[in-house]
Write a new protein. Structure first.
Length: 423
């Protein structure tokens, strides 16, 4: 078939920094693993920024951090042997900042590493960063704050009234979030035990994430690996996610009214040479928060094992938005529930059930070539809904072996398969 929906684009440029170098120990940081270094780190970053930018070094040693506030023109560099544990004291992530929860804008505890409206920033090195997730994960069971976030999204409550940075709300923040930033590099670091979503560029431009290793326990709540949310011009390459409680790499663009109001599609994204295993979610997933739209995505040369699905697009009535022009090439998997899953029946309950005229998403133009999976429950599931737009799906040179079931296709137009083996 040889269909081509993805359009090439100029890859994001890699940030460059002045030669200035600042060490956090010059600002009082102590490598004993017990002394909180929040002020020392942030003062070092501020000082380096005031010099015109440069590299802030976290040297070899055991460190205890609170919220890290990035600044423009800063490369925060973790040397090999730098082991960082983030504090479990929630006061170390105050005051509240403008951040997100499940792609809804809120004021909440700061992400562990955070930047807002910055340019030319990087987090690099071979250091190991531990999010101390065990101090955050129990909050998932307390629904008060989460329900309030979603309710206020449905009501389109003014942003300044969506404030949750108190323990009574139990709303978690991401591990690393760069919000409305430009020219970003995240390279080489290892992250484990994330508080929530791990690497989260949100509504940002020119983003490179490479050589990053992420690991959280299997049953931890929503510890996604890399979530690309409403961004433009993104490269994710050579990253590894080994264990976690949700998707390995997810593409999003805001949820419900927040996505519609922002109006910033996630587009021009390349994901390549990545791998993951032993995670509760999917390998490369779009949605379900995609109300601002997703366009022009390429995923290639990736491998996934012991996960829920190799590739998935999930949406539903009420989300609106669109997901268009996606290509998957040379994807392999082993022991997965779904080989290839496109659905408009994502079951999570939200505004769709409360809206007499729900906004219908538009899902169209998908091309899959060279997908090979061994040990699959449901090889291909393509499920639209009556009244939805779901069309132009091309699947070529696919081999799905040791499958429990056969392909299912419903409410989808112009589905084409060539050289597809399911057995």
């Amino acid at each position: 078939m040889g269909y081509k929906f993805f359009k090439e684009f100029e890859l994001p440029k890699i940030p460059e920094f002045p030669e200035n170098t600042v060490c956090i120990t010059d600002f009082g940081a102590i490598a004993d693993g017990k002394t909180l270094c929040r002020d020392a780190v942030n003062n070092a970053i501020k000082h380096c920024s005031e010099m015109g930018g440069g590299t802030v070094v976290v040297p070899k040693g055991e460190w205890l951090f609170g919220a890290v506030n990035m600044q423009s023109n800063i490369n925060l560099h973790f040397e090999d042997g730098a082991n960082v544990l983030f504090s479990g004291d929630k006061n170390d992530y105050l005051p509240v900042v403008l951040t997100t929860y499940e792609a809804v804008r809120v004021y909440n505890y700061s992400p562990l590493i955070y930047g807002y409206k910055l340019k030319n920033i990087a987090i690099t090195g071979k250091g190991k960063l531990d999010g101390n997730g065990i101090s955050w994960w129990p909050w998932k069971k307390i629904k008060k704050g989460e329900e309030a976030v979603f309710e206020n999204c449905i009501k389109d409550t003014p942003l300044e009234e969506r404030v949750y940075g108190k323990e009574e709300w139990c709303v978690r923040s991401c591990f690393l979030e760069l919000y409305d930033c430009e020219d970003i590099l995240i390279d080489g670091i290892s992250i484990e035990n994330s508080s929530y979503w791990t690497v989260h560029p949100a509504w940002s431009k020119n983003v490179t994430v490479r050589n990053v290793t992420i690991k959280s326990p299997f049953n931890t709540p929503n510890t996604d690996g890399i979530n690309i949310d409403g961004c433009n011009t993104v490269l994710v390459e050579d990253c590894t996610v080994l264990g976690g409680g949700d998707d390995i790499i997810a593409i999003k663009s805001g949820r419900g009214s927040d996505g519609w109001n922002m109006g910033r599609a996630c587009e021009n994204v390349i994901i390549r040479n990545c791998k993951g295993s032993d995670i509760k979610g999917g390998g490369i997933v779009v949605g379900s928060e995609m109300s601002g739209g997703v366009n022009n995505i390429l995923a290639e040369n990736c491998h996934f094992e012991n996960i829920y699905s190799c590739m998935k697009v999930k949406s539903k009535k009420g989300r609106g938005g669109f997901v268009t022009n996606m290509e998957y090439r040379n994807i392999t998997g082993k022991n997965v529930k779904y080989g290839y899953n496109l659905t408009m029946k994502y079951p999570y309950v939200d505004n769709a059930e409360e809206n007499d005229d729900p906004k219908m998403p538009v899902l169209e133009n998908y091309y899959v070539k060279n997908l090979k999976c061994d040990g699959v429950v449901d090889p291909i599931i393509i499920e639209g809904v009556e009244g939805g737009v779901f069309k132009n799906i091309y699947i070529e040179d696919v081999e799905l072996l040791n499958c429990e079931n056969t392909a299912t296709i419903e409410f989808a137009e112009n589905v084409n398969m060539n050289n597809v083996t399911i057995k």
